[in-house]
Design a protein around this ligand. Structure first.
Ligand SMILES: *Cc1c(COP(=O)(O)O)cnc(C)c1O
Length: 371
């Protein structure tokens, strides 16, 4: 065994992680601080402010959970769900399924509103299911990474006409690439991750909670069964008390801080437009090659682009050619789309024209190569 590890320089165009700007990696080389150091507290304050800007929210309780996107999902559900209460979960892909699974594990009686994977929700069905139930919590995945579909979290607020709904949105693959408008869309709780649209390494989950969500959490019958992901305890550390809860992964937070600074330096609008433009270039190239996108244009994500594997082409063989001959990673389909689609992430640093052109050329050659 050699003494150090020398991984290859890959171009990461799968569903995340995505390549990280050198400036973000550089930030991790800064001196390590303890989690109770006043200078680290300043860094935490800055991260909270930066996250509020990127989430487009004024929510006081906005911070990072030490864990990946899945820990963010678990944090939102474990804190918001009281044992035995009904929860409406919208499912049209793998991550919607996972929300249903986690909600059930945290004690919810899950009311699913299903659409086929890759098909839009019928919002009337969502409203009807909500009206007929006793649920307060309703969940939706904004960017369904398993299918490349953008779901209408902006339409959830119409549920407030029925009852005082608590709206939960998964913004794991949208934050930093698509507008999420947490306040504008009346979303009460949302979680994301560091390694997709934000452009930092994996390991942190940004979360945000509205006052209405916090009120529901404060009125729980019993504390959530998770101690590590208890929002009120975490907020005693992130909030003004600064009470020790767990050892902060400080270097990861430096990296996230740097990536968030880069997002605001670019400007949110400009960043969204860049993701839209480069996704458009990719789609134009794919269609010029005679290939087809999975999702209808009006529902397509810019951050995660799904291409149908053409008949007679071996999905896995093309992906391994891309990896071995071009150092490019793309994602495979799973569930009902196993072997049927490629999932191409164009997020953060990788949403640029050169990368798109490189990928199109490599994909064309990988498909054309026989055996
Ligand atoms: C990636 C992803 C997650 C899970 O995030 P991890 O960082 O892998 O834990 C959750 N939801 C969606 C929509 C995702 O794309």
């Amino acid at each position: 065994m050699s003494r150090s590890f020398h991984p290859p320089q890959r171009i990461l165009l799968g569903p995340g992680p995505s390549n990280v700007e050198p400036r973000v990696l550089q930030a991790m080389l800064a001196p390590l601080l303890g989690h109770m150091d006043p200078v680290y507290f300043q860094c935490m304050d800055e991260i909270q402010d930066l996250l509020r800007s990127v989430f487009e929210t004024g929510n006081r309780v906005t911070f990072t959970v030490s864990g990946t996107g899945g820990a963010g999902m678990e944090t939102c559900l474990a804190n918001l769900i009281d044992e035995g209460e009904e929860v409406v979960v919208c499912v049209n892909g793998f991550f919607g399924e996972r929300m249903a699974e986690l909600a059930a594990r945290w004690g919810a009686r899950v009311i699913r509103v299903d659409s086929d994977w890759g098909q839009p929700f019928d919002m009337q069905k969502v409203r009807d299911a909500f009206r007929k139930s006793s649920a307060r919590v309703v969940t939706m995945v904004h960017a369904e990474t398993s299918t490349g579909m953008r779901n209408p979290i902006e339409e959830l607020k119409s549920l407030r006409d029925v009852r005082d709904a608590i709206l939960v949105a998964d913004t794991v693959t949208s934050l930093g690439a698509h507008p999420v408008g947490i306040d504008r869309n009346s979303i009460d709780a949302s979680y994301s991750c560091s390694q997709k649209g934000i452009g930092a390494p994996p390991g942190l989950a940004p979360v945000t909670f509205s006052e209405r969500a916090l009120e529901k959490i404060r009125n729980r019958k019993a504390p959530p069964r998770t101690w590590y992901l208890d929002v009120q305890l975490l907020n005693k550390y992130w909030g003004s008390d600064r009470a020790y809860h767990h050892t902060a992964p400080a270097l990861m937070n430096y990296a996230l801080r740097e990536a968030l600074c880069m997002i605001l330096e670019e400007g949110l609008e400009a960043r969204w437009q860049r993701h839209e433009r480069n996704s458009g270039t990719f789609v134009a190239g794919i269609e010029a090659m005679g290939l087809e996108m999975l999702v209808a244009p009006e529902y397509r994500l810019w951050s995660l682009n799904t291409v149908r594997v053409p008949d007679g082409v071996d999905d896995a063989r093309v992906r391994s050619r891309l990896l071995n001959s071009h150092n490019i990673e793309i994602g495979s389909g799973f569930g009902v789309f196993k072997g049927k689609i490629w999932r191409v992430g164009l997020m953060g640093a990788n949403s640029n024209q050169n990368t798109v052109l490189l990928l199109l050329a490599a994909l064309k050659s990988a498909i054309a190569t026989r055996a």
